[in-house]
Write a protein that binds this ligand. Structure first.
Ligand code: HMG
Length: 505
């Protein structure tokens, strides 16, 4: 029996090659029953799998070569190991490796998948979508045309596009367009900055594949509260043909904080209007978010984002007096009333005083209690991998699950708040609730083991890699049980740009 709308049911009585007899029966279904079913169907993240390339730069080697205090990298930025792609890897290989791992560990067949989305800012073709390359690689394992029934696109909006992809696919499931199939969203990126720039120590690479399903085992996304903000900005961008981005570092930091806060304001309004969260006098919405995971260009940015959000949310509450008492001086106010990012950054006196206040706030027991309980676990992976652009926040989510489990914290029923940011710029804030069966999945997580052995590159080897002096077939690490890139460009002009991949056993 197929439900086709609120009031009509179809019954198939007889089917043969020649005849399909369908009797249409009218049956009154109350409108609210249909709508309730849609709205209440939990959908979200059922499982996830990661891929991290096998090369890394150690922060001490890097600091020595660039004449930087290693303490700055370890504590000021929050990086110890930066993952790097090998000569025979690109964002498509990493995506395929994460995707294959996800499918294997869940015994999934391509028939179970209705959509395969890839979100990236490390695209390899201006037209051909990165997920088509992934389908090609997966079909080497699952058979020709095994994904033909599915759909999907490549999504781009700097680091935030994966969140849009998850949101859209969750709604595809909620709308019951999925024909009982799941979606896979893969976030995959190579964060690469100019040699010698301030961005160079925030590099990284990797992919996370997320299984989006109804009745998910890990996290059910809260409906009707996802909030976005968008503005034309040039904080970080990569013009066509350029390998590395153009970055306005300080501007990008402040913009990230402001945009996520604005999206959070909108989330708060929706959460209260829909009744998801009821605030009593003196309470903050942050009291109702049990765990935070935010976009992590580097670990310290997550810590700063939490501080910014708490200051914003607590400033008008009675508890703020206690915070100020512990700090010992008042929060500064800008001298310039225009309130633009440019005017704020130009207000040097205010910026200096605000930095001082922010640092003092981050030392308070108030901040540290929230930080330790709600955010610290999500930052661990960033330390040893670096920026993954689209995949950063999802690697953070994974880190949160694993670390909380290892701390023996039972997080079933906890609400996780996500703060996703993409330069250019857009932010998305949403939330979800950890499901009863999450331990089934999380108990097997082991980041170090899943990353496997990694080769520590010397700075000379790194330099050679950066200058593209080695060919595809001169990789530093030996590929095993993974997809690699074996050739770019065919022998004839009509094959220019063709990419050939193979699975190495
Ligand atoms: P910088 O010049 O290294 O910044 O640039 P800094 O000099 O202010 O130092 C950073 C921190 O190190 C400071 O701590 C210093 O005090 C500390 P904080 O004030 O932040 O708490 N420090 C030390 N600590 C201990 N011992 C020492 C020491 N010296 C200094 N000896 C910046 C940092 C992030 C701007 C730079 O790395 C950069 O441009 N990165 C790339 C852009 C970026 O990551 N922006 C982040 C926001 S935008 C975003 O997230 C989007 C993005 O992911 C792209 C996308 O969306 O696709 C980038």
């Amino acid at each position: 029996m197929f439900e086709i709308n609120n009031i009509i049911f179809l019954k198939i009585y007889q089917f043969s090659i020649e005849f399909l007899i369908i009797r249409v029966e009218y049956q009154q279904v109350p409108l609210n029953v249909y709508h309730e079913k849609n709205c209440n169907m939990p959908a979200g993240i059922d499982d996830l799998a990661i891929y991290v390339p096998k090369l890394y730069l150690d922060y001490k080697d890097f600091a020595q070569a660039r004449g930087i205090d290693p303490q700055k990298l370890e504590h000021g930025i929050g990086i110890k190991k930066m993952a790097l792609v090998d000569t025979n890897q690109d964002a498509a290989c990493m995506a395929s490796n994460a995707c294959l791992e996800l499918m294997k560990k869940n015994n999934l067949h391509p028939d179970d998948i209705g959509r395969l989305y890839v979100a990236t800012e490390s695209s390899i073709d201006e037209s051909k979508a990165l997920n088509s390359f992934v389908v090609g690689m997966l079909e080497q394992v699952y058979g020709d045309s095994s994904f033909e029934h599915a759909g999907g696109i490549e999504c781009k909006f700097a680091c935030v596009s994966g969140s849009y992809a998850i949101y859209d696919n969750t709604n595809w499931i909620r709308a019951e367009e999925n024909n009982d199939k799941a979606a896979i969203v893969v976030v995959t990126d190579i964060a690469k900055y100019d040699v010698g720039s301030a961005g160079e120590y925030t590099q990284g690479a990797g992919a996370v594949a997320l299984l989006i399903k109804e009745e998910p085992r890990l996290l059910a996304l809260d409906p009707k509260v996802t909030s976005t903000i968008i503005k034309n900005e040039y904080d970080f961008y990569r013009p066509f043909g350029k390998e590395t981005p153009l970055v306005n570092g300080l501007y990008s930091n402040l913009l990230y904080l402001i945009q996520v806060r604005k999206a959070f304001d909108s989330y708060k309004e929706k959460a209260m209007r829909t009744g998801l969260i009821h605030l009593k006098d003196g309470e903050s919405i942050t009291d109702y978010i049990d765990l935070f995971t935010v976009h992590l260009p580097y670990r310290r940015m997550g810590e700063k984002a939490l501080a910014y959000l708490l200051r914003h949310e607590w400033r008008t509450l009675p508890r703020w007096q206690h915070v100020i008492k512990e700090i010992g001086f008042d929060e500064p106010v800008p001298n310039d009333s225009r309130g633009t990012i440019e005017s704020t950054l130009a207000d040097k006196e205010f910026m200096k005083a605000d930095e001082q206040f922010r640092k003092a706030f981050m030392q308070t027991s108030f901040y540290n209690e929230v930080y330790e309980q709600k955010m610290a676990s999500s930052l661990e992976a960033s330390n040893i991998i670096g920026n993954l652009y689209t995949a950063s926040m999802y690697m953070g989510f994974r880190s949160l699950l694993e670390c909380e489990f290892k701390k023996h914290h039972d997080i079933e029923g906890c609400r996780v708040g996500f703060g996703s940011y993409g330069s250019g710029s857009s932010a998305m804030v949403f939330s979800g609730v950890i499901q009863q069966s999450y331990k089934e999945i999380v108990k097997n997580m082991n980041l170090e083991e899943e990353i496997g052995f990694r080769k520590r590159l010397s700075m000379d080897e790194y330099q050679i890699l950066r200058e593209n002096e080695r060919n595809l077939n001169e990789s530093y690490a030996r590929a095993k049980n993974e997809f690699i890139l074996v050739k770019i460009g065919g022998s004839t002009a009509d094959k220019a740009g063709f990419r050939e991949y193979c699975y190495c056993n």
